[in-house]
Design a protein around this ligand. Structure first.
Ligand code: HAM
Length: 427
């Protein structure tokens, strides 16, 4: 049997990878404009970081981590998300000491979760994430949500639903937890086994259960908005005011409970309905206790991560991905050793001067090479058969117009450089 890639992973092949470049370029551009710097943490970390950071009661830590012992018998985990790593780097690399504060970071790259694969849900997937550390004002929350909103707007994505909520701070959460448990207790026997377990460990997550029976049972349950303390209520009201000022269209969803333990105050999610069950294209929130939890100084933090596969799927469905650009401008078409040698010299010069150029690497007939050039959508073919080489010349054929001219070998590079410059200026 042939070897296959692991379930839930994908090969991003040529023809598709250009879309990734497009999305990545847009992300780098928007982050630069907003004043965020890129960070590249490792793809694996000590397991303890995620257990402490993401939280023992979360599905991610409980069921979905790729954890292994390395040869030194250290327990390591392929990162299921980026926030814990960024906070670890903030502490370990003393980013709190940087002159420029708050620390505004972003990252791109693969994450790993052992979930049941389905459309839009993978075991290796890619996130673009943003984290701001060291600032606790609601204007930071609004900036972060505004950044991703702006990115989607620039990509032309439509049908976005931005849901925001406040899950409170440890002080008001304790009051909510008690009220919620009082409400749920008489109904507990009818909930699914997961929710019965959550009742003791993290009852808030019951509000987020996808099981329709549980959803029905928890209708009318007190939400965190019912018990917000003054500080959390003021923060949430100000966030809404600022989002309105920035033109972000959002909805307050008191049942929005994120699946990670570290959230405080603001939580948010962005959905696009058309892409099916896995419609969440972005999720985030404030995590003011996390840096301290993993051993750093008390530091407020907020961020989000978006699933790049899901955003690309939505862009594709909405016809918002740009047409693929042709790669090469010219293809060298040669026959015989001498022509190959001269052609290779010209090819090298063209490439050194920045003109995208290829050649046939298979020793095919002139006809087959021209057909290949045509198929690849190359603009020019520079043809050197035996006759041309004997005359120290080449034929430059414009494949789109079907016109051709004779050039001496010495003229080829300059002529093609000029044509390439003209095309770029016309673009
Ligand atoms: P999350 O909600 O677990 O949050 O993931 C964020 C986004 O990653 C989701 O909205 C979804 O688009 C994408 N995603 C998650 N799992 C998968 C999967 N199995 N396949 C495809 N896409 C997926 C976090 O990861 C937090 N670290 C976000 C954050 C940053 N909060 C504060 N800062």
């Amino acid at each position: 049997m042939t070897i296959q890639r692991p379930k839930g992973t994908q090969d991003i092949l040529p023809g598709n990878v250009e879309r990734w470049h497009y999305l990545e370029n847009m992300i780098h551009r928007v982050c630069r404009e907003y004043g965020y710097a890129e960070i590249r943490p490792p793809l694996f970390e000590t397991t303890e970081l995620f257990v402490r950071g993401v939280g023992e009661t979360t599905d991610i830590v409980n069921k979905e981590m790729y954890t292994f012992l390395d040869k030194g018998r250290n327990s390591l985990t392929l990162r299921p998300e980026g926030t814990a790593s960024v906070c670890r780097a903030y502490v370990e690399d003393k980013l709190y000491g940087l002159v420029q504060q708050p620390v505004k970071l972003y990252y791109l790259g693969p994450m790993f979760r052992h979930e049941k694969p389905q459309a839009g849900r993978f075991r290796q997937f890619h996130q673009f994430g943003v984290e701001v550390l060291g600032a606790d004002k609601p204007v930071v929350d609004a900036e972060v949500i505004g950044l991703v909103w702006d990115l989607y707007r620039r990509l032309g994505l439509q049908g976005l639903e931005v849901h925001i909520n406040s899950v409170g701070c440890p002080h008001c959460r304790a009051i909510h937890r008690k009220r919620l448990q009082e409400f749920l207790h008489p109904l507990l026997a009818d909930f699914c086994p997961d929710c019965r377990d959550r009742f003791y460990r993290n009852p808030l997550r019951i509000l987020d259960c996808k099981n329709p029976d549980c959803r029905q049972l928890s209708l009318g349950a007190p939400t965190t908005l019912d018990t917000l303390c003054d500080d959390c209520a003021v923060h949430f009201a100000r966030l809404q005011e600022l989002l309105q000022v920035a033109g972000v269209v959002f909805r307050v969803n008191p049942r929005l409970v994120r699946g990670l333990d570290y959230y405080r105050k603001t939580a948010f999610e962005i959905m696009v309905e058309e892409i099916g069950a896995q419609s969440a294209i972005c999720g985030g929130g404030r995590y003011d206790g996390l840096v301290e939890e993993i051993g750093g100084p008390p530091t407020p933090g907020i961020g989000f991560a978006m699933g790049m596969e899901r955003v690309l799927a939505a862009l594709e469905l909405q016809g918002k991905l740009p047409a693929q650009k042709q790669n090469s401008f010219v293809m060298l078409v040669t026959l015989g050793d001498q022509a190959e040698r001269e052609g290779f010299r010209i090819l090298s010069e063209l490439r050194r001067s920045g003109v995208p150029a290829t050649s046939d690497l298979l020793g095919r007939s002139l006809k087959a090479q021209l057909k290949a050039a045509d198929r690849q959508g190359v603009k020019f073919a520079l043809i050197m058969g035996e006759d041309e080489i004997n005359r120290q010349s080449a034929v430059l054929r414009d494949l789109s117009l079907g016109e051709q001219v004779d050039l001496t070998l010495g003229e080829c590079v300059q002529a093609l450089r000029q044509k390439y410059t003209e095309q770029r200026e016309g673009d």
